[in-house]
Design a protein around this ligand. Structure first.
Ligand code: NCN
Ligand code: DMD
Length: 342
């Protein structure tokens, strides 16, 4: 579960950089698109890179005990309602994904609802109904954490077997910006005041209470934050642990992951702790308005592709960046080479 990860090939990266330098463009003229193209080629292990045709997004849904403690602008009944909306193809991410040919799969890891009538495959990996209120109790038992991580690993293996060239881990869960901030604070030793944000749009008073709650949760976890599985048990949730397992498994299998907002990035931080070096397989799709997301991306050494002021989650910011990654790969494969000009 904690095996280290082999980095994308340095040789292929060098080959991709050499090809980029030889494209019929002035040096550096493709800016970030050039960097992305090199990263895509190195993660694919081929220069020029193949077109990115098969992008698969998995939304890990779950509820959080903290949502009964004033941390969100919305009630937790929104979570199962949005699961049904993903299934109907009518959520924000659904529209972007349909436009960009990205498959979307939604899984209930810990929604506090039985989701009667939804297809059985949606609840097949359910760990529990709602995770613990992290300022008062552990989010999960250690057995639940392991089951959730394993669920994420299994789902990654399924998506890779189905041909995924690029994976997105999306999220849905009222209250989930709270455990996401706590995981990031605990992993990097940051104070709650730096990581806590407004999530779905809470006011100043609720932000102050949420910040105190996050600090309380991190303090309650104490020295257990030195271990990634214990950190997820104390401060995470079933959906966050599954997302971390999903990304760690993708990195171990050498399949790149496009990150979304603060929940996706918190899971990426945990994946990099579970599988050291995993972050080399991650690219940041966008910058969320949540402060913890920017702080964590900095720590992981990742620069977001887009900065649109989005804070939707669901994998939406990642999916919005897919066309740019596709363009990057095509530029490196299809632009003429300077050495061919005559
Ligand atoms: O992706 C983000 O950075 C992001 C920022 C704020 C809110 N969200 C979404 O809104 C919900 C969590 O917000 P909250 O205020 O209930 O913690 C959850 O369903 C997330 O997908 C997502
Ligand atoms: C309506 C709604 C949709 C969402 N999608 C992700 N988080 C969400 C939160 C709310 C409130």
């Amino acid at each position: 579960m904690t095996a280290a990860v082999t980095a994308p090939s340095a040789t292929l990266r060098a080959e991709a950089e050499a090809r980029l330098a030889d494209l019929a463009t002035p040096p550096g003229a493709l800016g970030r698109l050039g960097d992305l193209a090199v990263w895509v080629a190195a993660t694919q292990g081929q220069v020029p890179p193949a077109p990115i045709d098969r992008v698969r997004a998995v939304i890990f849904a779950g509820d959080h005990g903290v949502s009964d403690h004033g941390v969100s602008a919305f009630p937790k009944a929104i979570t199962p309602a949005m699961v049904r909306t993903f299934l109907a193809g009518r959520a924000g991410v659904s529209v972007l994904a349909a436009q960009h040919g990205v498959s979307v799969r939604v899984l209930d890891l810990g929604v506090d609802d039985d989701l009667d009538g939804v297809p059985a495959e949606v609840t097949a990996f359910k760990v529990r109904r709602g995770s613990g209120a992290i300022h008062l109790e552990d989010a999960l038992t250690s057995d639940e954490t392991r089951r959730a991580i394993l669920a994420g690993e299994t789902v990654a293996a399924e998506e890779i077997a189905a041909g995924a060239q690029l994976l997105v881990s999306g999220d849905m869960g009222i209250g989930n910006t709270t455990p996401a901030a706590a995981l990031i604070a605990a992993s990097f030793g940051l104070p709650a005041s730096e990581v806590t944000g407004r999530g779905t749009g809470i006011d100043e008073a609720a932000l102050a209470a949420k910040t105190a709650l996050v600090q309380h949760a991190v303090d309650r976890a104490g020295e257990r934050t030195a271990d990634p599985v214990d950190t997820l048990t104390a401060l995470g949730s079933a959906d966050l642990a599954a997302s971390a397992g999903f990304m760690a498994a993708a990195a171990r299998a050498g399949v790149p992951v496009l990150l979304d907002g603060v929940i996706s990035v918190a899971a990426a931080v945990m994946a990099d702790r579970l599988a050291p070096g995993a972050a080399a397989w991650f690219v940041a799709g966008h910058r969320s308005t949540e402060p913890a997301q920017s702080l964590a991306l900095d720590k992981l050494g990742l620069e977001p592709v887009l900065d649109l002021g989005m804070r939707l989650g669901e994998g939406s910011g990642a999916v919005a960046a897919v066309p740019l990654l596709r363009s990057a790969a095509l530029l490196l494969s299809q632009v003429a080479l300077l050495s061919d000009l005559h």
